[in-house]
Ligand binder design. Structure first.
Ligand code: DX5
Ligand code: ZN
Length: 224
């Protein structure tokens, strides 16, 4: 695995062939499966739950990165840990007790992370850096694939990169910085230059017939 991780979002995959879509994208060179969970409550869309996570689990050994766009969070986070998730992230405003939810995810044996929407303040990170394995910055408003990258996200990526580097220099450990929404071949280099190391891409990968060609093109951009 290179220092950069590519995480195709299953949201844009063919839901009638999910196992195959997982295998194909990993065979094409992806590192992680990004699994978008929407509840028609926190976001105005409805997708897939723990049963689907359990069903795709045997199709890959790659990490499954569950992005919870749900409220309440805790019970579903526990169900996803049982269903084979490796990483579970949630939106801080969707949980009444952020520290408790992060602890619950970690106690269940998963990596834990917070997701910040384009207009959500970085202050949510203040008192929980020690519990974070990942920070996910949304570069679109959550709820749908295929939206346009919001360029102001780049400043936020730079600010979070500084925070992560300062924190890990002092305390050790590793915190991944993932960006989600509107990531394409033509902007991935700029997002990486701002400090992201993990890239979610839904429509950019699953919207093309040749997944390997897209992932290779993304890696070529990242190597520049
Ligand atoms: C949006 C989801 C994203 C989405 C990204 O709420 O969290 O993961 O699938 O899709 P693209 O890459 O098409 O913007
Ligand atoms: Zn997502």
């Amino acid at each position: 695995m290179s220092q950069f991780r590519i995480a195709p979002s299953l949201l844009s995959a063919d839901f009638a062939r999910l196992g195959e879509e997982v295998r194909n994208v990993i065979a094409a060179g992806a590192d992680i499966i990004h699994f978008d969970v929407m509840d028609n409550h926190y976001v105005p869309n409805l997708t897939i739950g723990p049963l689907v996570c359990e069903a795709i689990r045997p199709h890959t050994t790659a990490p499954i990165d569950v992005h919870l766009m749900v409220t309440p969070v805790d019970a579903l986070a526990a169900s996803f840990a049982k269903a084979g998730a490796d990483i579970i992230t949630f939106h801080p405003e969707a949980s009444h007790h952020i520290d408790r939810t992060l602890g619950l995810i970690k106690d269940a044996g998963c990596k834990a992370g917070l997701v910040l929407n384009p207009a959500t303040s970085l202050s949510h990170l203040d008192h929980v850096m020690d519990k974070l394995d990942m920070i996910l910055l949304m570069s679109v408003n959550p709820g749908f694939g295929g939206q346009k990258f919001i360029p102001q996200t780049l400043d936020k990526v730079r600010a979070v990169r500084l925070r992560i580097d300062e924190y890990t220099a002092k305390h050790g450990g590793e915190i991944w910085l993932e960006v989600d929404g509107g990531v394409k071949v033509d902007n991935i280099a700029e997002i990486a230059a701002a400090g992201a190391d993990t890239f979610v891409a839904g429509s950019a990968i699953y919207g093309q017939p040749d997944y390997k060609a897209v992932i290779d093109a993304m890696r070529a951009e990242l190597a520049k």
